[in-house]
Design a protein around this ligand. Structure first.
Ligand code: PEP
Length: 248
């Protein structure tokens, strides 16, 4: 039985005041939440979010890492630094990093490896562009993305990896994959993992991301192979985020 996981991705949003209100708002409604809940804050707010969430069931994640441990990499943040803030999770390979910052499958795979080496759980994002879906390439794209990581870290490592399937055309657009579209791709991803190890395939959490909201969360997470959500826009309002957490 896989535990439901809800992860919020705040992206490049927030302020000290907003972090305070948001985290306190989430914490105030957590008592009856059974899912594992993570919020991924921008780097400058990790410390503040972590301090507010101390002794609660809310876990804190980062949104990216640099593969180097330290050195002359101006503007970058290492896994060691993230760990220093008590962070437990890190988003790796988000479609915005892939498309805006040129992160290839190989770079993403290396980041997954570095996260694991530093005892951080990667939220490993995959997903196809609209034209790839429309030309029937969804399975080929997610296979390529997943295989790059399996080739780098091995299937055993998936015991410590959370996969997030995020169709790029659904991220931030208000257009959600239908439960059937999402379920079909999630089942395909699980079969991909099962080609290597069926037990690991069964235990790996596969989250859905892409305009998940209080309106559609329950139906999406009711699908057999959807184990939770990676939530962008709706994670910026405590009430909406909690609603999704409770639907899980
Ligand atoms: C995301 O950024 O990972 C995401 C799923 O965003 P949204 O929920 O806003 O589509």
């Amino acid at each position: 039985m896989r535990q439901t996981i809800i992860a919020g991705n705040w992206k490049m949003n927030s302020s000290k005041e907003v972090v305070n209100t948001l985290v306190m708002g989430i914490l105030s409604g957590m008592a009856d939440v059974k899912s594992k809940v993570i919020v991924c804050a921008p780097f400058p707010y990790l410390s503040q979010a972590e301090a507010l969430a101390t002794h609660s069931q809310l876990q804190i994640g980062a949104q990216d890492l640099n593969v180097n441990a330290s050195g002359a990499f101006t503007g970058e943040v290492s896994a060691e630094m993230i760990k220093d803030f008590g962070v437990t999770h890190v988003i790796v390979g988000h479609s915005e990093r892939r498309s805006l910052y040129g992160e290839t499958d190989e770079i993403v795979a290396e980041k997954v490896q570095v996260a694991l080496d530093n005892d951080l759980t990667p939220l490993f994002c995959i997903g196809e562009q609209l034209e790839e879906r429309e030309s029937g390439k969804t399975e080929a794209v997610v296979s390529r993305q997943v295989n790059a990581v399996i080739n780098r870290v091995g299937i055993e490592a998936f015991k410590n990896i959370i996969v997030a399937y995020e169709p790029v055309w659904a991220i931030g657009t208000g257009v959600t994959a239908t439960p059937q579209q999402a379920q079909d791709t999630h089942a395909f991803i699980r079969r991909l993992l099962a080609d290597h190890d069926s037990d690991i395939a069964q235990s790996t959490p596969i989250l859905y991301g892409g305009s998940m909201s209080p309106v559609n969360a329950e139906e999406l997470m009711g699908c057999e192979d959807i184990d939770g959500g990676l939530i962008g826009g709706a994670s910026l309002k405590a009430e909406d985020f909690l609603h999704i957490c409770k639907a899980g």
